[in-house]
Design a protein around this ligand. Sequence first.
Ligand code: FAD
Length: 188
Amino acid sequence: MYDVIVIGAGPAGGSAALFTSKAGKKTLVIDSNQSVTKRAWLDNHYGVDGISGPDLIEVGKKQAGKFGAEFVEDVVTDIRSENGKHTVVTESGKTFETAHVILATGMSVQLAEKIGLKIVPGTEPRIKSIIEVDQQGKTNIAGIWAAGTVAGVSMHTIITAGDGAKVAINLISELNGARYVDHDVLKA
Ligand SMILES: Cc1cc2nc3c(=O)[nH]c(=O)nc-3n(C[C@H](O)[C@H](O)[C@H](O)COP(=O)(O)OP(=O)(O)OC[C@H]3O[C@@H](n4cnc5c(N)ncnc54)[C@H](O)[C@@H]3O)c2cc1C
């Protein structure tokens, strides 16, 4: 049983998994490898002086993997929620159990619609529909959260990665029962 399953390994999902795994939460990332970020060249990602979208995604996966996040390449086709537990079902017939799910599926609301999440019109350019979330990143199904483009934030890597981190910190804080901070100190 995982603490968190993140669906999507783009900037939003990768960043969320980095924070949850680094906080010691048992984290699985399921991704179908269709990120639009793979077509991007990034000159406006603060702190990184020019990087390709594919490299940004790979570095993010490596960072989260370093802290124990597991990665599976597959398509999630359904999530069955019952008694605070979620069973995530994939196209290849696998099932995984978890206490929390973070949807970071980019421009796709297909899975969200399938499982009954509240969908509203998008407000960003070229984004037709998004998942309705509260300020924490919570959806209308308890234990299911959403982050990044699919949650309606501006479609820029620094913002979607930031939103993934924000939602992860809110989830970790809920699991820990206290506000969570993840600071490392530069060694003297
Ligand atoms: C051509 C182009 C150029 C761009 N240039 C820039 C730029 O210069 N600067 C900038 O800041 N941003 C740029 N962007 C935007 C940026 O790349 C992303 O849009 C943004 O960061 C999206 O991040 P995300 O994590 O929300 O979604 P994505 O990166 O799209 O990731 C979503 C992931 O979810 C997976 N997924 C979806 N549904 C499922 C499912 N059911 N099961 C399993 N996995 C699933 C997908 O395969 C994908 O990997 C550009 C985008 C494009 C298309």
